[in-house]
Design a protein around this ligand. Structure first.
Ligand code: FAD
Length: 346
């Protein structure tokens, strides 16, 4: 295989791709088009079912499938082994390899980067391709113009700066990508692609750790990233009971979820799974209602791509009013019950 490739790692659960896989396909398609490259997806599982066709419909030109009973759920060493074997067997390594910036991606990506002695930029929010002229290398053989570099862009210094990070001048160039940021392609069932089985050779050392049982949380499922409407509460709620009002307002909309600021999470008012922002989730719902949230940059980066932002805050100078589409200045304990009453009349 000598075609230039962008390769994405597909996280799957019970044979279904996680949302971040579709986001990576969206980002990978854009990079592949700029490079004139093929977009490939790699999936490891015990039984792949119709997942390859789904990945092709979402933009993949080629799907590498590693099928083996030991690959049913993610485990570091077997997954590391099959992905390294796949890349090492290629005539030329992929130009770029992308992972989600998830628990799995953060575990696997550095191990692949370390094996191939290449760089890895973590938690990117933008990706691009461009040239770089290297003029001051200690090794003169490295001085020169490098075309087609991966510009891996990520927030730095508490989200106040965007850093454009270039890795070492070798392929694969690698990045993990923040989930909820990249836009998936609309599926197109008429797209065609190649599905290719890859050999799986696991060694006993890869299998020493076994998954005895997978326990799914019985706690509340927080589907923030798929929600069309998010009602988010901040420290201005005043106490944990304030979130009852958030749930009442959210219940006025279909496909809604409750989010929060970090300060409300840190106060112990709500679980971290609800947190939106730099150290929480990135969301882009159709409607984001921020209640008693000041609009700090670390919160803003997680929600400012929302189609419509409504802010309710008693302080007319709160930063959130600078980027909200609609603002209500007032005490949320008066505004929200009235809002709920009006919505119920609709
Ligand atoms: P506050 O800043 O205290 O704002 C409360 C707001 O409520 C005020 O604007 C006030 O006017 C309003 N208010 C008070 N009472 C009422 C009322 N009765 N009616 C209406 N309005 C009222 N934050 C995040 O949210 N997500 C993150 O992921 C995140 N990550 C971070 C990472 C780092 C490294 C750091 C340093 C910080 C991070 N933060 C994050 C924290 C962030 O800087 C802010 O401290 C936090 O977002 C503030 O939360 P808040 O807006 O709820 O609280």
């Amino acid at each position: 295989m000598s075609t230039k490739q962008v390769l994405i790692f597909v996280e799957q659960e019970d044979g279904c791709a996680r949302p971040v896989a579709f986001e990576l396909l969206g980002a990978g398609r854009m990079l592949a088009n700029k490079l004139g490259a093929e977009l490939a997806a790699f999936v490891a599982c015990d039984s792949v079912g119709e997942l390859p066709e789904t990945l092709v419909a979402h933009g993949a030109d080629r799907v590498y499938v590693a099928e083996h009973p030991e690959l049913a759920t993610y485990r570091t060493l077997p997954y590391r082994r099959v992905l390294i074997d796949l890349i090492a067997a290629m005539d030329t390594p992929p130009h770029i390899v992308l992972f989600g910036s998830t628990t799995t991606g953060r575990d696997l990506a550095p191990r692949i980067a370390a094996y191939f002695e290449t760089g890895l930029t973590a938690d990117c929010t933008e990706l691009d391709i461009g040239p770089y002229e290297h003029t001051n290398a200690q090794d003169p053989s490295k001085v020169g113009l490098y075309p087609d570099c991966l510009y891996a862009i990520r927030p730095s210094f508490g989200e106040s700066l965007k850093a454009r990070i270039l890795g070492p001048w070798k392929n694969p160039q690698m990045a993990t990508v923040r989930s909820g940021v990249m836009v998936p392609l609309a599926p197109d069932a008429t797209r065609t692609g190649v599905v290719q089985s890859v050999p799986v050779h696991l060694e006993s050392a890869d299998l020493q750790l076994v998954v005895a049982e997978t326990l799914r949380s019985l706690g509340e499922q927080v589907e923030l990233q798929g929600a069309e409407v998010i009602v988010s509460g901040g420290y201005g709620l005043g106490n944990p009971e304030g979130f009852a009002l958030m749930y009442q307002l959210a219940a006025c909309f279909e496909n809604s979820a409750v989010g929060s600021s970090r300060k409300a999470v840190d106060a112990g008012w709500i679980a971290h799974a609800h947190q939106v922002g730099q150290t929480g989730k990135t969301v882009r719902p159709k409607l984001y209602i921020a209640c008693g949230i000041s609009g700090a940059i670390q919160h803003r980066v997680g929600m400012d791509k929302s189609a419509t932002i409504v802010a309710i805050n008693k302080d007319s100078n709160a930063p959130i009013f600078k980027f909200a589409h609609h603002g209500i200045v007032g005490d949320l304990h008066q505004v929200i019950p009235e809002l709920i009453r009006q919505l119920k009349l609709q």
